[in-house]
Design a protein around this ligand. Structure first.
Ligand SMILES: C=C1C[C@]23C[C@@]1(O)CC[C@H]2[C@@]12CCC[C@@](C)(C(=O)O1)[C@H]2[C@@H]3C(=O)O
Ligand SMILES: O=C(O)CCC(=O)C(=O)O
Ligand SMILES: [Fe+2]
Length: 373
């Protein structure tokens, strides 16, 4: 992970800073600052022809995201099918102990149930990566989201000490164990996904890469909401990762956009994890495996918690379509880009980021000239 990532997301002119950090539980009505009167998809114009998702209407579908048992002998084929057709799947028998998942969930609940003033002591600084705050993409939207987040890259100690000056070691131990386990699983899943494209480890040459694959944790909290139909938990986005592994508690809310059908809810399955293709894997696969557009909706009665493990390549490695996947009939669709650079592009241009690193896209300059919200 880039050691420092600029958080230079553009400020929206209608940014309601005074309502940015809410004490959600004290509210009986949805404040105007959080009422999404237009469809949230209006804010996600389709810009990348290969990632066409957003054009679809805001309808819903009852189709189910594939569930794959990692011990199944056909797992490789199933993963390939899911990545190509959905960009997301759920996994069971992944090797992460249920007790660890529950411990991380409890740690997250403990954190978010602190008084707002205490959480703000660990607020993410404007140019920082880790800490408490609203979703980074918030500044691209005219309304605030009904959620709060906590990002951890590297050691959780510095932030945890701010939250619990007298006893943060348990939080750190749980988070660190989760980071170790998730990193291992993410590596295994990445090679499985690449394997489904006929790519072996020796086909991937990242000579001169300094550092290792890295990951971070994003804890998301979605309090029960007095007017869920007009609120948005986390607006539609793709992840800037290679892949993301998401644990969700037993409350539904995650929706993925299914090409041509609409939003499909990813039903929580006890012990299962959701795996989604991120933008960098989309680039590596030369667009064969799309990074899925997803969002989180909220509900009237249940608090929802999700924990995303954001997995990326060594920070300085230029990521580009894998040579085995390009040829005369399949020209490379994206230029090389490092994770650090891509995060910067995403921070400035959000949903246009993928299109901006696309080759043969004569519209790139025009995109930059346009309104980036
Ligand atoms: C590495 C990163 C990906 C992320 C931005 C970040 O620097 C840390 C937080 C990540 C997250 C999590 C919630 C959704 C998202 C779009 C956001 O606003 O912050 C992602 C960012 C991303 O994938 O682009
Ligand atoms: O809460 C969820 O289900 C989605 C979270 C998410 O998309 C993210 O953290 O990137
Ligand atoms: Fe996401």
């Amino acid at each position: 992970m880039p050691s420092r990532v600029s958080d230079g997301f553009r400020s929206h002119p209608l940014h309601f800073n005074q309502h940015k950090h809410l004490d959600f539980n004290s509210l009986k009505e949805l404040p105007e600052s959080h009422a999404w009167t237009t469809s949230p998809l209006d804010h996600y114009p389709c810009t990348d022809p290969i990632n066409t998702t957003a054009a679809a209407a805001a309808t819903t579908t009852t189709e189910s995201v594939p569930v794959i048992d990692l011990n199944d002998q056909n797992a490789l084929d199933q993963v390939g099918h899911a990545c190509r057709n959905w960009g997301v799947f759920q996994v069971s028998n992944h090797g992460i102990k249920t007790s660890l998942l529950h411990e991380v969930e409890s740690a997250g609940k403990r954190l978010f149930s602190l008084p707002i003033q205490q959480k703000l002591r660990a607020a993410r600084s404007p140019d920082g990566v880790s800490g408490y705050g609203v979703a980074r993409i918030s500044s691209f939207f005219p309304k605030h989201m009904w959620s709060e987040g906590f990002t951890i890259f590297g050691s959780p100690a510095e932030q945890a000490r701010r939250l619990w000056p007298h006893g943060y070691s348990n939080f750190c131990e749980v988070i660190e164990e989760y980071e170790r386990e998730m990193k291992q699983l993410a590596g295994r899943l990445m090679w499985l996904i690449l394997g489904s494209l006929g790519i072996a480890q020796e086909d991937v040459k990242w000579d001169g890469a300094k550092g290792d694959f890295t990951g971070g944790i994003q804890l998301n909290s979605y309090p029960a909401c007095p007017d869920p139909d007009r609120a948005m938990g986390l607006a539609a986005h793709t992840d800037s990762t290679l892949l993301t592994i998401l644990y969700q508690n037993n409350t539904s809310g995650l929706q993925v956009l299914r090409e041509g059908s609409g939003w499909a809810t990813v039903q929580p399955i006890p012990g299962a994890l959701v795996v989604n293709v991120g933008d960098l894997l989309h680039i590596l696969s030369n667009g064969l495996y799309p990074s899925v557009l997803h969002r989180a909706v909220v509900n009237r009665t249940q608090h929802r918690l999700s924990i995303a493990y954001l997995y990326g390549p060594p920070a300085n490695v230029p990521i580009s379509p894998l040579p085995k996947l390009v040829g005369p009939t399949h020209p490379p669709l994206y230029r090389p880009v490092t994770w650090t650079e891509y995060l910067d592009i995403k921070a400035k241009h959000f949903n246009k980021a993928l299109a901006l690193v696309r080759l043969r896209g004569h519209f790139n300059k025009a995109l930059l000239a346009g309104d980036d919200r």
